[in-house]
Ligand binder design. Sequence first.
Ligand SMILES: Cc1cc2nc3c(=O)[nH]c(=O)nc-3n(C[C@H](O)[C@H](O)[C@H](O)COP(=O)(O)OP(=O)(O)OC[C@H]3O[C@@H](n4cnc5c(N)ncnc54)[C@H](O)[C@@H]3O)c2cc1C
Length: 357
Amino acid sequence: MKTIKTDVLIIGGGLTGLTLAYLLKSINIKVKVLEANSTIGGRINTKHNTNQAPIELGATWLIDQQFNALALLKELGISVFKQHYGNTAIYHPNKTQAVQLVELPENNLVSYRVTNGTYSIIKSLSERLSENTITCNQKILTIKLLADDLEASSNDTTYYCKHIVSTLPPLLFSKKIAIEPALPQDFQELLLKTHTWMHNSIRIGFTYKTPFWKSKDTSGTIYSSVGVIQEFYDHSNANSNLYALSGFMSSAFSKNKKEERKKLALKQLQSYYGDQALTFESYEECVWANEKYTTSTSDRFIIPQSNNGHPLFQNTYLDNKLFIAGAETSPVFPGKMEGAITSAQFVFEKLKAIYHN
Ligand SMILES: Cc1cc2nc3c(=O)[nH]c(=O)nc-3n(C[C@H](O)[C@H](O)[C@H](O)COP(=O)(O)OP(=O)(O)OC[C@H]3O[C@@H](n4cnc5c(N)ncnc54)[C@H](O)[C@@H]3O)c2cc1C
């Protein structure tokens, strides 16, 4: 067993963990980020294939009200561009009604995508951290309160630190990390009843050489309560010279094989756009229910967004040494990128007050 000492230990190398590490570095607090997976990013996952449009398989859209996220992007020098929704959508309301082409109200939706993909945020934050700040393949299994500090253990390393910040989705945190002494009972129950945003969604995308959907009086926007694809959008790149369609497949197909999901999605697209739909370059997907470090099954049904931003997440635990951050803990845009960034900023202010007083 190796031992490593630091001031602040951040568990999880997703948007919350990396934003917090970036902020703490700016005021010279010694910090380490431990990531269980072999790569950082968590629920941010952009797939890049050479000379093809980047495909978002996780977080994708921002809106004007996500002030903290847009401000962080500006600070990092990352630009955004408007999502193209078009004026019409293909709409299939139910099995008894035919597929329709419906008009979308003008300026109905304004949302933005990140130029070069959402993963640019992760890349940019990580590049601003000192060397050796992030360690991947470090799955934290236990946290213990000692007389003066905290101890956290992975399978091969024991960490000693003054403060720990968990950025795991609360339900996952409660199921995967053993805490000693036990957290208060009401907080333990809250963790088990807190919904994780998009934990079981399926994101898929196809890249194409031509945006044939734009030449058929359609825009790529699809809403269907019948097909395997439930929501789809034009996913061409910021320069509009590399083309793609992408969106959400019904989570009911998470147990199918990748090839089956691809075939079913193509069949649906073919029914709308004809054989051109079959001329894709790449198919990409992420079945988030299979991502063991961001999802966690519950024995009960948790209503989407339940307990997100609950006041108990704003408290500190284990002698005020353990902080619980992450997108779901934020009262502002919980579950979203804005929630992740806001929760990092909230914990940063608390740590700054401790270390700089
Ligand atoms: C399909 C999908 C679409 C989305 N779309 C949008 C969108 O359009 N707009 C938007 O704003 N948001 C969207 N989101 C939400 C957004 O992705 C999240 O809000 C944000 O990425 C959460 O960041 P986080 O750091 O709080 O959590 P996470 O990204 O979940 O990070 C937690 C990290 O902890 C790591 N970890 C887990 N267990 C351990 C352990 N024991 N030890 C060490 N590390 C561990 C995980 O591997 C992970 O990297 C979407 C999410 C998904 C899945």
